[in-house]
Design a binder for this molecule. Structure first.
Ligand SMILES: NC(=O)C1=CN([C@@H]2O[C@H](COP(=O)(O)OP(=O)(O)OC[C@H]3O[C@@H](n4cnc5c(N)ncnc54)[C@H](OP(=O)(O)O)[C@@H]3O)[C@@H](O)[C@H]2O)C=CC1
Ligand SMILES: Cc1cn([C@H]2C[C@H](O)[C@@H](COP(=O)(O)OP(=O)(O)O[C@H]3O[C@@H](C)C(=O)[C@@H](O)[C@H]3O)O2)c(=O)[nH]c1=O
Length: 293
């Protein structure tokens, strides 16, 4: 069984690699893993994607590559659409043609944040920004192209030891400043990429996923609990023992090019039940990440 992981240098790609190197997941001995970077499989070029699969025999794709610069996407719509939508459609077409199972990662930013209770997979998406629009278009392309054999995992507020993320930004800013202003009126759940990686590999190694033709499904995943960015930053500072004052501020006082949802907590009921997952609280996951930094 050959598994292809795109986005090898991203947070999730690197977290999957770390988890495999630790060899702590059972049932993976018959699997081989190929990780591709932008140089090895550039998703900007649709012909390039096709030719990759002519010469490589793949059973499962885990698509961790994406255009993730939320503010930049407002100006760079074509590029965001190319990676998050067109390339995803191409991967879905190829997956259907070669009977490949496709696991694709999407985002809580497909929602507008008007709800006040956790978003389920049945809630209607209505993105507020270009990044969310292109990610939603990618989801819809998969659903229409391959009605079977794909899982779309929506997650949110991903951080890790790797790449750029809110945790590393706050550690950096807090070490250089006496005080930081952090928005306290956007509520979500931080997701440790290592925990997400664990859940993805549990799904991949599940017989039910590999052996059966199952209808394409959306699943929501994050750590447990809820937080504002301000509470998240407070916890980062407190665990790290950094001396820095944090001021809670409103989103309107931290203007950015892209709008963000006020509320984007995801209900994990479906994924936890279907794959018997035990999901850690975000504060415990954060401690684990900070120990590895
Ligand atoms: N980060 C977050 O907070 C969240 C992320 N997600 C989703 O989770 C998934 C993983 O995110 P995360 O690991 O954080 O993302 P990262 O931004 O850390 O990594 C994305 C990867 O995609 C690669 N990539 C970008 N463009 C191309 C291209 N044209 N061809 C090939 N590879 C390309 C990048 O390569 P390079 O290193 O060369 O730039 C990078 O390695 C994505 O689908 C994202 O939308 C969902 C919710 C929250
Ligand atoms: C650095 C900083 C950020 N903020 C705010 C701005 C913003 O509203 C919030 C988070 O900012 P960031 O730019 O780190 O994160 P952002 O780009 O909003 O993160 C999103 O990324 C994409 C890829 C997703 O899919 C989403 O789930 C989500 O994780 O924190 C402050 O208030 N003060 C600060 O000093």
């Amino acid at each position: 069984m050959k598994i292809l992981i795109t986005g090898k240098n991203g947070q999730l790609g690197k977290s999957i690699k770390r988890l495999l190197d630790e060899k702590c997941i059972d049932n993976l001995s018959s699997f081989s893993f190929i990780f591709t970077s932008r140089e090895e499989l550039n998703l900007e070029n649709l012909e390039n994607i096709q030719s990759y699969f002519v010469s490589n025999d793949i059973d499962v794709i885990i698509n961790c590559a994406a255009y993730t610069k939320v503010d930049q996407a407002e100006e760079d719509q074509n590029q965001a659409n190319l990676i998050n939508h067109n390339a995803v459609r191409e991967l879905a077409k190829i997956s259907k043609k070669y009977k490949i199972k496709l696991i694709h990662i999407s985002t809580d930013f497909v929602f507008n944040g008007h709800k006040e209770e956790p978003y389920t997979e049945d809630d209607e998406p209505s993105p507020l920004n270009i990044y969310g629009e292109t990610k939603l278009a990618g989801e819809l392309a998969i659903i229409s192209t391959m009605p079977f054999n794909s899982i779309i995992i929506r997650t949110g507020w991903v951080y890790s030891e790797f790449g750029n993320n809110f945790v590393k930004t706050i550690l950096n800013l807090a070490s250089k400043n006496n005080a930081l202003d952090i928005v306290s009126d956007q509520i979500g759940t931080p997701t440790y990429a290592y925990d997400l990686a664990h859940s993805i590999l549990n799904i991949v190694s599940d017989e039910n996923f590999l052996e059966n033709e199952k209808p394409t499904a959306i699943l929501h995943y994050s750590n447990e609990g809820e937080s504002s960015w301000y509470e998240f930053a407070k916890e980062i500072i407190s665990i790290s023992g950094i001396n820095c004052n944090l001021n809670p501020i409103k989103t309107k006082d931290y203007p950015l090019p892209a709008k963000r949802p006020k509320y984007s907590i995801l209900s994990k009921k479906k994924i936890s039940q279907e794959y018997s997952l035990n999901i850690d609280h975000w504060k415990d996951a954060l401690k684990a990440c900070l120990q590895n930094l």
